[in-house]
Design a protein around this ligand. Sequence first.
Ligand code: SF4
Ligand code: SF4
Length: 131
Amino acid sequence: MPDSYRRPKFKCTGCGKCCTGNPRTRYIELTTGEAETIRRTLNIGRSWFYRRYLVMLDGQARGIRIGENKRCVFLDKKKACRIYHTRPQQCRSYPFWPEILSSRSAWKNESRRCEGIGLGNLIAKKYRQNL
Ligand code: SF4
Ligand code: SF4
C-alpha cells in the first residue's frame, strides 16, 4: 500500500520499469542543453546522435527515443541507464512529477508501475528533483 502522496516515501529498486513500456510515452523529454551534455558524454557526432537517439519535432530535439521494444534506447540489458550521470531532469525527478503528486489516486496508480513508491524513507521536497 503506497504512503500518502503528501508525505511520500520512495526508494528505487532498480527494476527499470520507468524506462520501459509506458504506452502513454512516446519519448523522454529533455532540453537542448541536456541533449548536448549527453552527446558529449557519449563522444559521438551530433548528426548521428540526433538520428539514433532522439525524437525530433519541428526540427527541435524533443526527447530520447523509445525503441520498438518499448524501452528507452539508453536502458541496457541489465536494466541500467547508460547515461545515468547525465540523464535528463525528467528522469531524475521521477516519480515526483506534479501530475503524480497531484492526488492520492494518481500516486497510488503510479505505484502499480513503480515498485519503489512507498518503500524507504520519506523524501523531503528539496530532494525530490534530483534523486
Ligand atoms: S535516460 Fe536512463 S533513466 Fe531516463 S528513461 Fe532512459 S534509461 Fe531510464
Ligand atoms: S520504476 Fe521506480 S523502482 Fe523501478 S527503476 Fe523506476 S524509479 Fe526505480
